[in-house]
Ligand binder design. Structure first.
Ligand SMILES: O=C(O)CNC(=O)[C@H](CS)NC(=O)CCC(=O)C(=O)O
Length: 272
């Protein structure tokens, strides 16, 4: 397989879906113009706002998100990940769902986030994702995308659970998506380190689209959408403004690194 360019988009999503879709299209177009074949939108790309409003919007927003991803993938001829949008799950809950769509507009893979962010941060912010989100019932998929590589899915807080990435790499993942809306507070200390660790221990590419800046109220995201190679090297970093992190993904580099650092082959599952 030959190398291609991958783009991790960085957004500042708001409570206004129309504005968010417009911002997302601008960035997808920018990534496509820079030559990207694989493009990832962050978690919550279509809505960052109050939980009650999210539940109200969910039925309509879920359909709009799926349609938007199909339209954009075809319009810009990119394989596109919509990383995390609310999909109704019963009366008062949603799934936090990511969808990967091919250039022909066909759905390649979908994943409902399984680890929910229920955390009281030392800075006083409290997150109770489980109040509005129900955990997905299935492990994330890995899909072979013709012309690209084998892509595994995950979302945001999942990055703290290495066993999920072991599952993905065991299922053949060469590049793993981590669309996120990491908090500014945890992000400054944990975001890049966790991603580099997942890349190094699995000798896999990581594509991590991100939310950045102030969204509403006191909710602030860390930014730094990243592309990381299988050695753990940060190939591209979007900084803290809206934009794109673009870098080459080279399957032969991946094979070379796996040859040089064969830690996946040295696992001792029998001992665990
Ligand atoms: O609530 C929504 O609208 C959608 N979901 C999110 O934004 C999620 C759950 S609150 N964010 C995270 O998982 C951040 C994880 C994180 O920051 C960490 O692990 O440190």
């Amino acid at each position: 397989m030959s190398s291609f360019l991958a783009a991790a988009l960085q957004m500042n999503s708001t409570p206004d879906p129309d504005a968010n879709f417009a911002q997302a299209e601008e960035l997808i177009e920018l990534a496509a113009r820079r030559g990207a074949d694989l493009v990832g939108l962050p978690e919550n790309f279509a809505f960052m706002g109050e939980e009650a409003r999210k539940l109200e919007l969910a039925p309509n927003l879920a359909e709009r998100c799926s349609r938007f991803l199909v339209t954009m993938a075809r319009r810009y001829q990119v394989t596109l990940l919509g990383g995390g949008f609310p999909v109704p799950a019963g009366e008062s809950l949603t799934y936090n769902r990511a969808e990967l769509v091919g250039t022909d507009g066909l759905l390649l893979a979908r994943y409902d986030k399984i680890h929910l962010f229920d955390v009281d941060l030392p800075d006083g912010n409290t997150f109770t994702e489980s109040a509005t989100v129900c955990s997905g019932a299935e492990l994330p998929p890995v899909v072979a995308v013709p012309g690209l590589c084998r892509i595994g899915l995950s979302i945001c807080y999942d990055v703290r659970f290495p066993e999920l990435y072991r599952h993905l790499v065991g299922a053949g993942a060469e590049l793993i998506m981590v669309p996120a809306a990491f908090t500014a507070y945890t992000g400054k200390d944990h975001w890049q380190i966790l991603l580099q660790a997942r890349a190094i221990e699995n000798t896999a590419y990581l594509l991590a689209p991100a939310q950045t800046g102030l969204h509403y109220g006191r909710r602030q995201s860390h930014g730094h959408a990243l592309v990381i190679d299988p050695w753990g090297t940060v190939l591209a970093d979007a900084g803290v403004s809206q934009g794109v992190a673009v870098a080459p993904v080279d399957p032969s580099h991946l094979q070379r690194v796996r040859g040089q650092m064969p830690s996946l082959r040295h696992r001792r599952p029998a001992l665990f």
